[in-house]
Design a protein around this ligand. Sequence first.
Ligand SMILES: [Zn+2]
Length: 233
Amino acid sequence: MQHQKEIIKKCIDQNKLLNKKKLTIQTFSNVSIKLNKNFFTIKPSGMRPEDIRIKKCPIIRINDGKKVSGSYNPSTDTPTHQILYKKYPEINSIAHTHSKYATAWAQSGKSIPIYGTTHADYWKSEIPVTNFISKKKLNSNYEANTGNLIIETLKRKKLNPLNCPGVIVSAHGGFCWGKNHTDAVKMSELMEFIAELAYFTEQIKVKKKIPQYISRKHYERKFGKKSYYGQKN
Ligand SMILES: [Zn+2]
């Protein structure tokens, strides 16, 4: 029980962090964190993180998306998170944001190309944009099908959730995730910074695009089989 309380508190803190880092305005965003392999907690619908009470926070079963406790209504995007947790057991936190530059790219319908090593340090290739959701899928469980759309996008691009820690949903915004509880917000911050850099890069106009051997090197030295970035545990 103590463990559960601590994770819910962490989830509220991560939701607060999105506002602090200016990755969202008002109540647009949501962060969820897994409690264990079967359940996760998520921001309640339409609430400011400062007003959330731990006791009332929703706990959702990953297998079927049912709320098993908490009196608050969970975020309307809960089925998107549930579908992603179910498909990818390796991820433990998810954040959805409408941050300015990432959302501008989403509205342009364009994936964010790799223009430099800042991007390549975390995303192995472009930050992909999804296709538009079909009318049929929107009319039958829109939010769950948004999760399916993200999964299809990764599959189509031959990526996985670890070498592509976030995608942008067409005309909507970003979804980011990671192995650790704090990764989803960290990746949302990186996505926004990369989206801003890419926007300015296109304004200046690209004369020489980064060769793949350089971008690949940056990804591999951090996450490859022979990675050597950071400290050994
Ligand atoms: Zn949204």
